[in-house]
Design a binder for this molecule. Structure first.
Ligand code: FAD
Length: 401
């Protein structure tokens, strides 16, 4: 048994975006912590994502924004198109003058590399292959028990263990639990040299195409690569074996069946995909509380946001910084800190969750007539209101001082 006896030692369950960022901010705050991650280091794991300006501002506070921008692709605008390629609207996005940071598209593995290298430089302990089994709270502290029979104790425990959080079942033993949304997210990476059709404007945009048969998005990603993503409607979630399947043939056939007639370069992107990714997209209703006793949930464990919002990782980063600041200032009064954390974060997060659900509905399969009406409305509203509707999301900044 490992035992941390310091009065202010934080146990972090989950070495994803929220867990790694929290550990880095705790280090800045002078608070000791250990991270426990269920899997081995996931160097090449996962698909890609866009870190929005609000998330990039959190990374800037860690001194990591420039490193991330150098590994990924800076995005300047959102471009919305119909399936025949007609531009419905172009909306400025990464306005650094306005938000302080641009948006950056990057693979999950590169984001993890940047965060993990900083964790190693800071000398923070990460234990891999440590899957939380249960939690025990005693008057003086909290103990995490892992599936391999080991355990560790600390002052408080933070559940940063994602949408299928085990920590959540300690905080809320009777649920709610996540449910499948009827969407399988698919996507992949493509070498830029395979897609000469991509213009420099395409490469500095997040490109969203809306057709009757579905939605297709693409952008530049890590140096030399583009990435794409799409939604497939499905009655049942995919099995674990099907999700692990990295062969492209079946997915390519299915995707070309839907998107063959979409504008250039959609079919080319599908044809040249490396590392295809499939993910069951799940959702969880608003939780009645994010904490119990010495245990608090952050990131997707507290509020899984639809990938359609493009905000899940950015919100996880915000949570990490906000919590570390409260812990720094609130010292050992964890009860007060947990109450302040939930009060300070819930309203913002739930507004963004609701917006993500609404955007998911815009991407559903429609009749050709419904799709025409949807695209017309989109073009009118986007041209009228532009970025204004989402400005409050990107503008959010936490003052560390
Ligand atoms: C297809 C898709 C596309 C997305 N695109 C975007 C995007 O463009 N922009 C964006 O901002 N967000 C995006 N997201 C959302 C984003 O990925 C998540 O919101 C973000 O990763 C949440 O971070 P987290 O640290 O809370 O959880 P996670 O990143 O899920 O990390 C949780 C960690 O906990 C570990 N864990 C789980 N159970 C245990 C256990 N019992 N014991 C120990 N460890 C455990 C897991 O292995 C994992 O490493 C996307 C999500 C999906 C599915």
């Amino acid at each position: 048994m490992i035992n941390n006896t310091q009065s202010q030692h934080v146990l972090i369950i989950g070495g994803g975006v929220a867990g790694l960022a929290l550990a880095l901010f705790l280090k800045k705050a002078g608070i000791s912590c250990s991270i426990y991650e269920a899997y081995a280091y996931k160097g090449a794991a996962g698909g890609g994502m866009n870190i929005a300006p609000n998330g990039m501002n959190v990374l800037a506070a860690l001194g990591l924004a420039d490193k991330l921008a150098a590994r990924g692709a800076v995005t300047q605008e959102h471009c919305f198109r119909s399936e025949n390629g007609k531009v419905l609207a172009r909306i400025p996005y990464g306005n650094t003058r306005k938000y302080g940071q641009p948006g950056v598209s990057i693979s999950r593995s590169a984001l993890y590399e940047v965060l993990t290298s900083e964790i190693n430089n800071a000398g923070i302990e990460v234990s891999y292959n440590k899957r939380l089994q249960f939690i025990e709270e005693l008057p003086g502290g909290v103990t995490a028990y892992f599936e391999d029979g080991s355990s560790d104790s600390g002052h408080i425990l933070i559940g940063a263990d994602g949408i299928r959080s085990k920590t959540r079942s300690h905080v809320l033993p009777v649920g709610p639990t996540p449910s499948f949304t009827g969407i399988v997210g698919v996507g992949g990476f493509v070498k830029l040299e395979k897609v000469p059709e991509l213009t420099s404007q395409d490469l500095s945009s997040l490109n969203f195409t809306f057709g009757a048969k579905g939605f297709f998005g693409y952008c530049a990603a890590d140096t030399g690569y583009a990435m794409w993503w799409s939604n497939l409607e499905a009655a049942q979630p995919m099995s674990e074996a099907a999700l692990r399947d990295t062969s492209m043939d079946k997915l390519q056939e299915e995707m070309l069946g839907i998107y063959r007639d979409f504008h250039v370069p959609v079919a080319t992107l599908i044809k040249h995909t490396e590392r295809p990714i499939r993910q069951n997209i799940s959702d969880i209703p608003s939780l009645p509380t994010w904490h119990k006793g010495r245990v608090l949930l952050i990131g997707d464990a507290a509020h899984a946001v639809s990938p359609n919002s493009g905000q899940g990782a950015s919100l996880a980063l915000e949570d990490a910084m906000y919590l570390a600041k409260l812990l720094r200032d609130g010292q050992a009064d964890y009860k007060k800190v947990f109450t302040q954390f939930e009060a300070g974060r819930k309203q913002r997060v739930e507004k963004i969750v609701a917006e993500g659900r609404r955007r998911g509905n815009d991407k559903k399969v429609l009749s050709p007539m419904q799709a025409k009406i949807r695209n017309f409305m989109m073009s009118v509203f986007l041209k009228l209101f532009g970025i204004k509707g989402i400005d409050w999301v990107y503008r959010y900044k936490i003052d560390w001082e």
